[in-house]
Design a protein around this ligand. Structure first.
Ligand code: GLP
Length: 232
């Protein structure tokens, strides 16, 4: 795993350049995206690049990596992806796939049918989850429904006006689904992520540290700010 540590703005710029390079080489790339606070700067930068005609998403296919079961529309990841990125660019609605209760069992097949994931863009939870693959998720997990840990529900409390209002379950692309991507980037900001980032890079590869599975794929780049990289 390669780690690139810089100032927060540079982290988003570098991640955007990574995506720009991929789409220049393969305009119809399949991109799986986590949609959290960590992706907000990236989305802003990608929208800017689109405005400057430096990038086009019109042929790209997107899978949003997670969804919350039972979240109202404005609090869903589908909405965050659409309002944060899709509506500001030429992303084509029919090329976007969102996990839901009706389709999640077919999503891995859909990904295979489209040729597999070219790039997975991840964040990391304070408990080192990736997507909603919480500690103890098996390595060979495919897209599934996941009971959320208290740590994760606390992380999402702001968005829902309190931990008790955060849905209890999420849907997530599985570890195996994510790990098979041909290229992976991870974004992390702030000192609250420093321990999780340390465990992702140096932790023993085991189910209690889902992000430690990212030590296995050949092509993984972690773009992190100085605070998140403080323990490396
Ligand atoms: C959330 C999401 C993940 C996200 C991670 C970090 O719970 N399910 O996909 O990458 O936790 O979130 P954030 O970037 O908001 O800190």
């Amino acid at each position: 795993m390669k780690t690139v540590i810089s100032e927060p703005d540079c982290v988003s710029i570098q991640a955007a350049e990574h995506i720009k390079k991929l789409l220049a080489e393969k305009p119809d790339a399949v991109i799986a995206l986590s949609v959290g606070k960590s992706q907000q700067g990236l989305f802003r930068r990608l929208a800017e690049l689109y405005g400057e005609k430096m990038i086009s998403f019109s042929k790209a296919r997107f899978f949003v990596i997670t969804e919350l079961v039972g979240a109202e529309q404005e609090k869903s990841y589908r909405y965050a992806f659409k309002s944060g990125l899709a509506d500001k660019t030429d992303i084509s609605a029919e090329k976007c796939f969102f996990p839901d209760m009706d389709n999640y069992e077919q999503l891995d097949e859909k990904i295979e049918e489209l040729g597999g994931i070219d790039l997975a863009v991840l964040g990391i939870g304070v408990n080192a989850h990736i997507g909603f693959n919480e500690p103890a998720t098996p390595f060979d997990s495919r897209t599934h429904i996941q009971k959320l840990t208290n740590a994760t529900r606390r992380q999402l409390a702001d968005r829902f006006g309190g931990e008790d209002s955060v849905p209890e379950k999420g849907i997530t692309l599985g570890i195996k689904t994510i790990i098979r991507a041909r290229d992976i980037i991870v974004l992390a900001f702030g000192d609250e992520k420093a321990e999780a980032v340390f465990r992702m890079v140096y932790g023993r590869t085991e189910p209690y540290i889902p992000a430690s599975y990212l030590q296995i794929p050949i092509s993984v780049t972690a773009y992190i700010d100085r605070a998140a990289g403080a323990k490396l």
